[in-house]
Design a protein around this ligand. Structure first.
Ligand SMILES: [Zn+2]
Ligand SMILES: [Zn+2]
Length: 77
């Protein structure tokens, strides 16, 4: 399992805390699961998104190694 965390600026919910962008991926059976989390270190506001490599909705227009919230590219591969 890989972990990759970066700060992603000021929280839009509380305008005070810093949002941490956390990327994880892990391989389970034959599929890879990519998970993204944005979480504020002040108010705790949290957003998550996960992509599975065998999801039929995951097409070539969706890059699971790009954060759906801040659009950064994952550093850990
Ligand atoms: Zn906040
Ligand atoms: Zn992000």
């Amino acid at each position: 399992m890989a972990r990759d965390r970066q700060t992603a600026g000021l929280c839009s919910r509380c305008n005070r805390g810093t949002v941490n962008c956390l990327y994880n991926y892990f391989v389970k059976d034959a599929r890879t699961i990519y998970s993204w989390e944005h979480r504020c270190d002040d108010c705790g506001h949290r957003e998550t998104e996960a992509f599975r490599s065998d999801d039929p909705e995951l097409n070539s227009e969706t890059d699971p190694t790009v954060c759906p919230y801040c659009k950064r590219q994952a550093a850990a591969q």
